[in-house]
Each structure stands twice: as structure tokens, then as C-alpha cells.
Ligand binder design. Sequence first.
Ligand SMILES: Nc1nc(O)c(N)c(N[C@@H]2O[C@H](COP(=O)(O)O)[C@@H](O)[C@H]2O)n1
Length: 173
Amino acid sequence: MNIYFCDASENPYGCFSNSAFYGVRLDIFQCRTSEHYFQAQKFEGNSLTEREAKRNNLLLKEILAAKTPEVAIALAENYRQFWRSDWEEVKDQMMYQAVFKKFDWHRDIRKILLSTGKKAIIYNSPSDYYWGFGEDGTGDNKLGEILMSVRDILQKKTDRLKNHSGASYRWWL
Ligand SMILES: Nc1nc(O)c(N)c(N[C@@H]2O[C@H](COP(=O)(O)O)[C@@H](O)[C@H]2O)n1
């Protein structure tokens, strides 16, 4: 049986959504959600002039200050002309980082992710054909795939820690 999720309010798998309020760190900044982290990464610099880097840093801070993930998305969209030029090439990697940090840090939702075992995880967004499954299931489901990759890595980390037992395993569990 597959695991489907879409909205952050769904129980128990809504926590898989990037809009769920589980914070992640971006350097010295705390992001309210993995969506904030992901959107802010659009303004991280590759080969920017000093002036451009300064401007992008301000945009990044504005995005991180957004009260909701929806506002963070809207702001990033507004400043599309300032996105890093290699965004299309790096966006999967950035999504992976955002999702990994979230589940590596938050024990409660890590347990939910690991509890899905080997089942397929599907981001059942009708409007998103890249990160999600789309209206008709022909979408790429990239977010679902990333969640499954993160699950595999965190399962291996759990198994490794289990073998060493002790304080680090108790903390991790
Ligand atoms: N529920 C929902 N509605 C949409 O319209 C969406 N695009 C998504 N997908 C999530 O939104 C984030 C936007 O990604 P892009 O900046 O457009 O690449 C991303 O976190 C998707 O998971 N969801």
C-alpha cells in the first residue's frame, strides 16, 4: 500500500509536507519550515557580484522572516529575476537538503517517516507535476522520491546507532 500526503494538516503524514511547521537551520538562520529553507536557497549566491550578493542576502532574510510557507513561496516568486542562475540544476539537491535536515533534527516526525518502511511515498498534489503526482498521477513525484531517499539514509543511521547503543542511540530514538 502506498502512502499519500498533500496538505500539512493531514494526520499522520501531513508532516511530510514542506509546509508543516518543523524548523530547519540555514547557516546562522532558523527557518520556520523546510519550505522557507528551500525558497531561500533560490537566493544563495553562485558567482554574484558583491552588490548582488548583498541584495540577495536581504531577499533571503525577507523570505526567512515570512510568517507562513505560502508567503515565503509568493515572495520568492516575486523576485524570480534574482534567483541563482543554476537553480534548475541544483533545486533537487536543495530539496534533498531541506528534507534531510528536517527529519534528521525532529525525532517525532522521523519516527513517522521510518514507520513507513519500504512503502512508496506519494506527494499527491493535483497542481504539482514536478514535486508531486499531479491531477492524473503522471507527475514526477520528486518530493516523494526525496522523502524515500532520506528515509533510507536515516534508517541506516538508526541501525548504525542501534549497534553502538549507549547515550547517542537513546537520544536519537
Ligand atoms: N500544494 C501545493 N500547491 C502547489 O501549487 C505546489 N507547487 C506545491 N508544491 C510544493 O510547493 C513548493 C514549491 O516548489 P517550487 O518553488 O515551485 O519548485 C515545493 O515545496 C513543493 O513541494 N504544493
